[in-house]
Design a protein around this ligand. Structure first.
Ligand code: AKG
Ligand code: FE2
Length: 272
């Protein structure tokens, strides 16, 4: 079982959910119209031009390696791409979340949205489960997250196509995949890759000399993964800047590895 199921966007959500339930991963071919693909590429272009791994506010050494030293990566895509906002409102990912997350929560939230452009010479990202961010989860825990990668360029084995381990969403969490169990999600621009929060995956190495792999990763979590009070709105940031560091941390400005980041870096930097 090493082939990723590929379905056409026109086939709808039923075969997509079935493949995800069985394999933890599925490719939807032709997920974007040519117009959406153009917009999703053009909107963030100015941000990409002024961005580099060095322009991040380092959060944690582990995360710096995880995010990549030859990868342009930033978040906040609903703010940076009107095309994404329009796409999100009707994204088939919502139907997938209705199926996998709604049984476990009254509603879900957008958890992340990252432009991930893997540049030449980038090493493979370590295989991980996105649900590792919440360390108490086990293989028999309810689904809490769903993730999608929109291919904004071609994804090839050579330029950094996402590595995925089929079926790993139901594996014991300490099982290590054999190299032969890793599959590369090769896609045309405009295709998309879905995976569950429990599926082992990671960005691929880019062994090309001059090709970048551009993807837009976005994902959802169950809506109860949040604080009771929305302190980012109840306390204006200008006031937070005047508060003791420990209070700033308690108000949520200190990231926990990949949680609570701003432009995949430390949100404490916004208070300086
Ligand atoms: O870039 C990719 O293909 C995957 C990235 C990823 O899994 C992550 O950053 O959590
Ligand atoms: Fe990931």
């Amino acid at each position: 079982m090493t082939e990723i199921v590929r379905i056409a966007a026109s086939e709808g959500v039923v075969p997509l959910n079935a493949a995800l339930a069985r394999d933890g991963v599925c490719v939807v071919a032709g997920a974007l119209t040519p117009e959406q693909l153009r917009g999703l590429n053009a909107d963030p272009d100015p941000v990409i031009a002024s961005n580099s791994p060095e322009s991040r506010n380092p959060n944690h050494p582990t995360m710096e390696v995880f995010y990549g030293s030859r990868t342009i990566r930033f978040d906040g895509i609903p703010y940076k791409s009107p095309t994404f906002v329009e796409f999100l409102s009707e994204s088939p990912a919502l139907d997938v979340c209705d199926y996998f997350l709604k049984p476990n929560c009254p509603d879900y939230l957008l958890n992340t949205s990252q432009l991930i452009q893997i540049g030449p010479g980038e090493a493979a990202q370590r295989l991980h489960r996105d649900e590792n961010a919440w360390p108490m989860l086990r293989s028999d825990s309810p689904h809490v997250s769903v993730m999608v990668m929109l291919a904004l360029s071609e994804f090839t084995r050579e330029n950094g196509a996402t590595q995925v381990v089929l079926g790993s969403h139901v594996w014991d969490r300490d099982r290590i995949p054999e190299p032969s169990e890793i599959t590369y999600a090769e896609m045309d621009a405009g295709d998309s890759l879905f995976w569950l929060g429990g599926t082992l995956h990671g960005g691929g190495a880019n062994t090309t000399e001059n090709q970048s792999r551009r993807g837009l990763g976005y994902g959802f979590v169950v809506g109860w993964m949040r604080t009771a009070e929305n302190l980012f709105l109840t306390v204006p940031i200008e006031k937070v800047r005047e508060m003791p560091t420990r209070v700033q941390e308690l108000l949520g400005y200190k990231p926990l590895f990949g949680l609570g980041v701003v432009n995949v870096g430390s949100s404490m930097a916004l208070l300086e």
